[in-house]
Design a protein around this ligand. Structure first.
Ligand code: COI
Length: 347
């Protein structure tokens, strides 16, 4: 692999005590091109602008997908990545649905590890901070015929981050717009899934919310996701999350939380949750907690839910399940608790 180092690190220009999500990028990036039906040799180069044409296929037809994962600084100072092979597999699941070439595991993992070793100093040292890793693939032929691209580019960027949403969020149950439909691409991390969500989210923000709870495309009767995250609610002492389908992203944080909760012998269920059930539970006080689960925010507690013209307050107990889960995950990631599921991948 060709490695071109930056002549001068930018690390001293970044305020690690005041990081806005996704605004700062580490010194280097990994880039690998797919041309003439084959992946070329990957390359690490200084993070920066590249020369691309305005006829770039991805800009017109959106053949593009991304991943999000994190590297953590452990208590002993070493750096470890959380479940990178699961992100690798999911990127290829997205790629298959979008008719993009499968990325070989060695290109993904060797590129990732070499990049992290080079930019290891960029992994933050303070609690609740990490290095967010953004692998992505996009169609990079330069033509505007509406057919699949022939060339693709796979890139890995990294970005030091702090907490995603400081505090809890108020969300609106979306009963008009739809994030995903059956037979569609909702289960992928296609770029367009996120682009299509901005307008409904913007509308919800105008109404005083921070995010939306997505509901099913047919009847808006069942809850599916929350913002860019999977959702979990606690009704009584049961933790509930919608079952996976082709409309729901198979979140790696979601899967980790399910495994952790089952290991703790909590009552966790993957089942349909109707809006009616959620609203009744909010009304009668049996809705004890609600939170989003995703790589970026990890666990994002919900303190209010809006539906039609009503707003329901949701408790956010300091000693609740959401906080216990967040702490449990953090302890595994920082090496303070046993990694019994072998989730951590040391660099
Ligand atoms: C996540 O919640 O991990 C995401 O996918 C958020 C990302 C779009 C910033």
């Amino acid at each position: 692999m060709k490695i071109t180092r930056t002549p001068k690190s930018r690390i001293d220009s970044v305020d690690f005590s005041n990081l806005t999500f996704g605004q700062n990028f580490a010194d280097h990036m990994f880039v690998c091109q797919y041309k003439n039906g084959a992946w070329q040799e990957g390359e690490i180069m200084p993070y920066g602008k590249v020369n691309l044409s305005y006829s770039l296929h991805a800009l017109h037809y959106g053949q593009a997908a991304f991943e999000g994962m994190k590297a953590y600084r452990k208590a002993d100072g070493k750096v470890s990545v959380f479940r990178p092979l699961d992100n690798f597999r999911r990127l290829n699941i997205s790629g298959e649905r979008l008719l993009m070439p499968q990325i070989p595991e060695d290109i993904f993992m060797e590129g990732l590890m070499a990049l992290l070793k080079l930019d290891e100093e960029w992994v933050p040292k303070s609690a609740d901070h990490s290095l967010y890793i953004r692998p992505f693939i996009f169609s990079s032929s330069e033509f505007i015929a509406a057919r699949p691209s022939e060339d693709y580019t796979f890139v890995i960027l990294t970005s030091p981050v702090g907490p995603y949403y400081p505090g809890s969020v108020k969300v609106k149950i979306e009963d008009k717009f739809t994030r995903a439909t059956s037979g569609g691409i909702g289960f992928t991390k296609a770029a367009g899934n996120y682009g299509g969500a901005f307008y409904p989210t913007h509308k919800a923000i105008e109404e005083g919310f921070k995010q939306v709870i997505w509901t099913d495309h047919k009847e808006h009767k069942y809850i599916e996701e929350s913002g860019t995250m999977n959702i979990m609610v606690r009704i009584g002492d049961s933790l509930l999350t919608p079952p996976l389908s082709d409309r729901i992203l198979a979140g790696i944080t979601r899967d980790s939380i399910l495994k952790l909760c089952r290991d703790w012998n909590l009552d966790v269920q993957e089942r349909l949750i109707s809006v009616d059930e959620l609203v009744s539970a909010a009304r009668d006080g049996s809705l004890k907690e609600a939170f989003g689960m995703g790589t970026a925010a990890v666990v994002s507690t919900i303190d209010g839910i809006g539906y039609k013209n009503e707003i329901f307050t949701v408790p956010t107990p300091k000693d609740g399940f959401a906080m216990k889960i967040k702490k449990g995950l953090t302890e595994i990631r920082t090496g303070l608790a046993e990694d019994k599921f072998s989730w951590m991948h040391n660099i």
